[in-house]
Design a protein around this ligand. Structure first.
Ligand code: UDP
Ligand code: MG
Length: 324
């Protein structure tokens, strides 16, 4: 279908890209025919999240004969969620989809998502992983535990197995943009908004090339940002942990006192040492939890942009660009 024949709805596809030179050619080759065949106008917003490999050059080369491809290059690596923010803030579509650049999210499902959203008048369509066998057992296990935890903390409406492959209506995008939250965890923020939503199930494929850009430390960061952004329950947990440790100490003291009064010798070193370590450990965990929330307040007070734009092929970058 020629560009002129496509009228009406405009679809924006946001693609965060970080050091994906090996995956990009295959990704573009699979995404483009899907989008060309949708029968709607579209734009692809590739957000280059400070790549240091050949990604920037590849994107330039792809854009040379793909007019719908717009590249937003961030000055340095700002993280997957910040890259998504940069894309969502610039996308102009009636619907805005986000998809990974490594072909783990099948581009063909975009057609299904758009059709479902238009047919049922939905504002959010989640891509839900029906089969994660391509992920490592460790990733599946930690993801399952995490979704169980956030469904307890944030609410039942967080779809288990939904990552950042989704479609949003313009209204949902505007609602997200209006939120001051920093750092953002979209997979929790989106369900929290409470828009009418649907699901498209898909099989999580193997990464087409390259390696994951989500090492354990980044996964833990995302998990902590998500939990602290939505729930004060861990702080209450600290209170309960403290109370439990205090009670245990009282009981132990009572036991030791009773033993002493009954004339029994109380051999003390091991239990004393264990008690000191236990209380110390509980205290450190509580201080750590508190620290997570203080860090969030710190970030909110600083009000720094989540990212800086070095180049935008659709528009010239402005200094300090980046706040919703
Ligand atoms: N990504 C990014 N910035 C980062 C890390 C990742 O833009 O700091 C992009 C990455 O290029 C990919 C997507 O986010 O398109 C998801 O990352 P990845 O596939 O490495 O995560 P995984 O699927 O292993 O969880
Ligand atoms: Mg991936």
């Amino acid at each position: 279908m020629s560009a002129a024949a496509r009228t009406g709805t405009l679809l924006s596809v946001v693609v965060p890209v970080y050091d994906e030179q090996d995956a990009l050619p295959a990704f573009a080759a699979r995404l483009r025919p899907v989008l060309d065949g949708l029968g709607v106008r579209y734009e692809v917003l590739a957000v280059d999240d400070g790549s240091t490999d050949g990604t920037a050059g590849l994107l330039r080369a792809l854009a040379a004969d793909w007019p719908e491809l717009r590249t937003v290059r961030l000055r340095r690596n700002s993280g997957h969620q910040a890259a998504l923010t940069a894309g969502l803030e610039r996308a102009v579509g009636d619907y805005v989809a986000s998809i990974d650049a490594d072909l783990q999210d099948p581009p063909e499902k975009l057609a299904e998502m758009l059709a479902l959203a238009r047919r049922d008048g939905l504002d959010v369509v989640y891509g839900v992983r029906a089969d994660r066998s391509s992920d490592t057992a460790f990733k599946r296990g930690t993801a399952d535990a995490y979704y169980r935890l956030v469904r307890r903390l944030v609410g039942r409406h967080v779809p288990a197995g939904a990552g950042d492959f989704r479609l949003l209506s313009r209204e949902a995008v505007e609602a997200l943009r209006a939120l001051p939250d920093q750092p953002r965890v979209y997979r929790l923020l989106v369900p929290w908004l409470g828009f009418p939503s649907g699901e498209v199930r898909y099989v999580r494929e193997e990464r087409v090339a390259g390696s994951t850009k989500y090492p354990l430390a980044k996964m833990v960061r995302l998990a902590l940002d998500g939990v602290t952004g939505f729930s004060a329950a861990p702080l209450r947990l600290a209170t309960w942990l403290g109370a439990a440790a205090f009670l245990t100490c009282l009981l132990l003291l009572a036991f030791c006192l009773a033993a002493y009064l009954s004339g029994a010798a109380v051999p003390g070193w091991t239990s004393l040492f264990a008690a000191v370590l236990f209380v110390g450990g509980v205290q450190l965990v509580c201080v750590g939890l508190l620290g997570e929330y203080v860090a969030r307040i710190h970030a909110a007070v600083q009000c720094r942009p989540a990212y800086f734009v070095a180049e935008d092929t659709g528009r010239r970058a402005e200094p300090g660009d980046g706040r919703a």
